[in-house]
Design a protein around this ligand. Structure first.
Ligand code: F3S
Length: 753
């Protein structure tokens, strides 16, 4: 039980501490005295102070000690720039950086990678030198997508990982509580501070039965997303259990956890089981599997554990699903999809099918998709639509190159893209349709907000399993149902596709491919970090000013946003990814995708001083130059989507004071607090309707106190002023961040003291 087992094969001296986790759990168990869910066990076993921490699901703020931190290259830039400004010599918690987001899909893997290496050279140089300097493991461009690399190398049952990417929960497939956070949270943990999380509620999903035919693990989460919607998982961990769990592969469980991000869940998790053991074994970590077996009782829910909500899914009855367009929770079962396409007037022709991404690029996914492509090829037909494949990692790429799936995809007409995010994050130099042209695409990705893949708001993006994606590309039509419809073979005869088949793990083991890892050097004192002062992509940060201690009187509303305002609307991805490390430059995308309630348009707001209409960022800059603070009014679930703290840094940088909404997505709310902004919500959501975009606002921020509402006064141009209350979730420490100007300012202050 007390064996020393390394956390992974790449680092020395970072051991898995099941003994301590178990002791912590025993302490908490003694206090709570009730059966615990798995989610609670994993989270509570990482408490900084298990003896005294107040624990109430959905209420208390827990101080936790994560085992690891992971950052992707787009978010790592700002996280590391922030870490550097805190002045600490090395990371205090094991950390890795993964280069996956900045590689644009153009013509195919090797060429796209070479192009990215040249375009992003200064960013990669910065990250690689900073990683070497601060003792961080660096995964070079071409290594693969962060979550796949984490699953293959770093995730372990019962661990707690935070990652600066929304789909970090992918690690739940190996029984890890893997949670997406903003860069600012990662900085805290890299600096050795405990990490704070509101004690999550727990949603149980009980799986019974067994999938067959065209139903894949993806369909479980597509179904759950339809039930819970994009808001339904907020503040909760989704915990899968029941006899159906044993029937899923480890990577399939990863897929399900990955896309739990789409319902706003803190994370998702599966109990440790034999499938996980087999995967650990296949990825050369049998030791970890054996160690986990010794602690297996801590790595599953207690009998009688209570869930805040319980959903049951019978896998034997589960249909394949297709979700979308434009939102991941619009779930349609395959049997009803044709009808939905016709009734809604969605473009029936399928322009492109894309498989892979961090969600669905396991060996099993690739093998099943290849079996469908092979079936088509055997009948003399290829993909009618464009077909793209993004392998999740170099290991997956090398293994499918060795085992033949890649050749099948190529024969089928597919283009193998680099081991990276590519079109999933808008890194897609799409040529087949013009901007504004209505068209449909289907992917095995997780997210399908407007414009995400190709920056074309008229693209109808659907998400489904790799299996259905592949089948749809053969028909080239969204109305196709492989269960009931036939295709035309080359010889003119009709044929039906066979159900997909494919092994969960490669029979001959994984082929590791090229070594794409850079370990930090033993002597780091000679390393210098490369940031050019003239760079337009990287900018060393200066601290934000502290709060002036006053109420804000007569300030304008920059924009009253109408409807969905995701982090893609607040800080658009695509071409802007380039400026992730340069706060002033990237701030030119602030809220340019949000819809102004006044005119129904994006990026066109009235400057309340000059009366002129202009872009949102320019208007904010004008207020800032005049020394005027401003607020944003938002709708439900403001800031849903990604963890990017730029969505919080930008309004702060451009002089914003508060974001006032009907509700927030969790990560964005915390990010705003970290940057010294005030995320506030209406006590009465109907107040939103009473606000005119040209009202002046008095915000009585001096009233800020834990658990107390803050008064806001609206002064309409024509009409009498009215007051209402705004609520917030600030605790004592977080109020300090607001007073000091940012969490980082508070951290720097404490370090000096
Ligand atoms: Fe990358 Fe898309 Fe996943 S951006 S990390 S592949 S969600």
């Amino acid at each position: 039980l007390d064996r020393k087992v390394e956390m992974n094969l790449w680092e020395k001296g970072n051991y898995i501490n099941y003994r301590k986790m178990s002791d912590n759990l025993a302490t908490v168990r003694g206090r709570l005295n009730k059966p615990l869910t798995l989610a609670e066990k994993v989270i509570y076993s990482h408490l900084d102070n298990p003896h005294e921490q107040e624990i109430e699901r959905g209420k208390s703020y827990l101080k936790l000690r994560p085992d690891r931190v992971a950052c992707q290259d787009a978010t790592a830039q700002m996280a590391i720039l922030q870490f550097m400004s805190a002045g600490i010599p090395k990371v205090q918690t094991p950390t890795t950086v993964h280069c996956d987001h900045l590689i644009e899909a153009q013509v195919g893997g090797p060429k796209d990678l070479a192009r990215a290496e040249s375009i992003n050279k200064e960013v990669y140089d910065f990250l690689s030198s900073a990683c070497a300097k601060y003792d961080i493991g660096f995964w070079k461009p071409g290594s693969g997508i962060i979550h796949q690399i984490i699953l293959e190398n770093y995730a372990f049952p019962g661990g707690l990982l935070i990652g600066t990417d929304s789909h970090t929960p992918n690690g739940g497939g190996l029984g890890m509580a893997a949670i997406g956070v903003g860069g600012a949270d990662a900085v805290d943990v890299m600096a050795g501070l405990p990490w704070e999380l509101k004690a999550p509620k727990v949603i149980g999903v009980k799986l019974t039965g067994q999938m067959s035919g065209w139903t894949a693990p993806k369909d479980i989460i597509l179904k759950v997303a339809g039930i819970l919607t994009v808001k339904g998982g907020t503040g909760a961990i989704v915990e899968y259990h029941g006899p159906g769990v044993e029937t899923l592969s480890c990577t399939g469980m990863g897929t399900i956890c990955n896309m739990g991000a789409e319902i706003g869940a803190t994370t998702s998790i599966f109990p440790f089981n034999d499938r996980m053991y087999e995967y650990l074994n296949a990825t050369k970590r049998k030791d970890i599997g054996d160690h986990a077996r010794a602690y297996a009782h801590d790595l599953k829910a207690d009998k009688g554990a209570e869930y805040d909500q319980l959903i049951e899914i019978n896998l034997s009855e589960l249909e394949p699903h297709i979700n979308g367009p434009f939102t991941p929770d619009l779930a349609t079962p395959l049997s009803k999809f044709k009808q939905a396409v016709e009734e809604n007037g969605w473009p029936t022709e399928l322009k492109a099918g894309l498989i892979g991404s961090c969600t669905n690029s396991s060996y099993e996914d690739m093998s099943r998709a290849a079996s469908i492509a092979r079936d088509a090829l055997n009948h003399g037909v290829k993909a009618k639509s464009l077909f793209y494949v993004t392998p999740g990692s170099e290991q997956i790429r090398a293994t499918i190159a060795r085992d033949g799936q890649m050749e099948t995809f190529e024969d089928f007409g597919g283009v193998i893209l680099a081991n990276a995010c590519g079109p999933c994050i808008g890194q897609w130099d799409r040529q087949d349709v013009k901007k504004g042209e209505k068209n449909s695409i289907v992917s095995s990705y997780n997210r399908n907000f407007t414009g995400r893949n190709d920056a074309n708001p008229a693209t109808h993006a659907f998400v489904t399993s790799p299996d259905l994606t592949t089948a749809f590309t053969i028909a080239g039509d969204l109305r196709f149902n492989p269960l009931t419809d036939s295709l035309l073979a080359k010889d003119g005869k009709e044929f039906k596709l066979s159900s997909p088949t494919g092994a969960g793990l490669p029979d001959r083991g994984y082929d590791p491919g090229q070594n794409t890892y850079q370990a930090p050097p033993a002597d780091r004192s000679f390393v210098t970090v490369n940031v050019s002062p003239t760079s337009d992509r990287l900018q060393v940060l200066s601290p934000f000013p502290a709060w002036d201690g006053k109420d804000a009187i007569d300030i304008p509303i920059l924009i009253k946003c109408q409807g969905k305002t995701t982090t893609d609307h607040i800080s658009m991805a695509g071409p802007w990814l380039k400026y992730r490390g340069h706060l002033d430059n990237i701030s030119n995308n602030m809220l340019i995708g949000a819809i102004n309630s006044e005119n129904g348009e994006a990026n066109k707001v009235k400057n309340q001083i000059t009366g002129e209409y202009g872009p949102v960022p320019a208007t904010a800059r004008d207020y800032k130059a005049r020394g005027i603070k401003w607020v944003v009014i938002g709708d439900w679930n403001y800031g849903e989507g990604s963890s990017r703290e730029h969505a919080a840094l930008e309004p702060r940088h451009l002089g914003g004071l508060a974001i006032i909404t009907k509700s927030f997505a969790r990560i964005h709310e915390t990010n705003l607090k970290k940057q010294g902004m005030l995320p506030l919500t209406f006590e009465n959501p109907e107040d939103y309707d009473k606000i005119n975009p040209d009202d002046k606002v008095d915000l009585l921020c001096t009233e800020i106190a834990v658990g107390k509402p803050i008064t806001i006064r609206f002064k309409p141009k024509n009409g009498s002023p009215w007051e209402t209350k705004l609520v917030h979730t600030f605790n004592e420490d977080q109020i300090k961040w607001f007073r000091d100007g940012s969490a980082l300012n508070t951290m720097a202050k404490n370090t000096k003291a």
